[in-house]
Write a protein of this length. Structure first.
Length: 221
């Protein structure tokens, strides 16, 4: 094994640069597997490490990115494989929201939900309202020039963003969680950072500043 300048444990000769974007400089001790190691002909599964989480991810999947964001936010020691799913002592858990809620309960510091049960439920409700954004984005991606589908997709995206913009304006905070990001911020971020790409398919700004000034200013560093 070797260590790079950030102190991350690497598999010699097989490390690919694309895995690094998931880390965002967090002080997490990771074993990063290249795509070849994970899926190459004759590749073998690295042995489990007792008591250490293993996270299976994929570069372009926003759902997998959710789990990786929470791992980074909580500075959880984890083996990062290649989706999302996590494995601990032979047990496997899937689904991004389920994984993220588990991580928040199993690793309570820092907390990512409001302590008030009603506010916590309200944040979860907003996540559900935001769920229409993801399929709408893919509708635009795969419209193949069909302007009717593009228009429908854009309408659905904006319908999913409207309640979040109104909520963030009412809270009058930098993030939904306050001055630091919380679970709601992290759950919507993988799609927020992909919205500018929709412009390439729709030739139209999906996040106009005059309509969504608070969401436009939202940034997870």
């Amino acid at each position: 094994m070797e260590f790079n300048s950030e102190g991350l444990q690497l598999w010699p000769c097989q490390m690919r640069h694309f895995d690094a974007y998931l880390l965002w400089g967090a002080e997490i001790h990771l074993v990063l597997l290249s795509l070849y190691q994970a899926t190459g002909r004759g590749s073998s599964c690295p042995p489990p490490v007792a008591g250490l989480l293993r996270c299976y991810s994929m570069k372009f999947c926003p759902f997998a990115q959710r789990a990786c964001i929470i791992l980074a936010a909580k500075d959880i020691k984890v083996l990062l494989g290649k989706v999302p799913s996590i494995e601990l002592d032979g047990q496997v858990m899937i689904e991004s929201r389920v994984i993220c809620d588990y991580l928040d309960e199993a690793y309570p510091s820092p907390p990512l939900y409001p302590s008030d049960p009603w506010k916590k439920g309200h944040d979860r409700m907003l996540m559900e309202l935001f769920n229409k954004v993801s399929p709408a984005i893919y509708k635009v991606y795969y419209a193949r020039g069909d302007q009717k589908l593009v228009s429908q997709g854009l309408d659905d995206i904006r319908a999913g963003l409207d309640p979040l913009e109104a909520e963030l304006k009412e809270r009058n905070t930098k993030y939904f969680f306050g001055e630091t990001p919380g679970m709601l911020d992290y759950m919507i971020w993988p799609w927020m950072e992909r919205l500018p790409v929709v412009r390439k398919f729709a030739a139209e700004d999906t996040l106009p500043e005059d309509q969504f000034p608070k969401l436009v200013s939202l940034s997870i560093d």
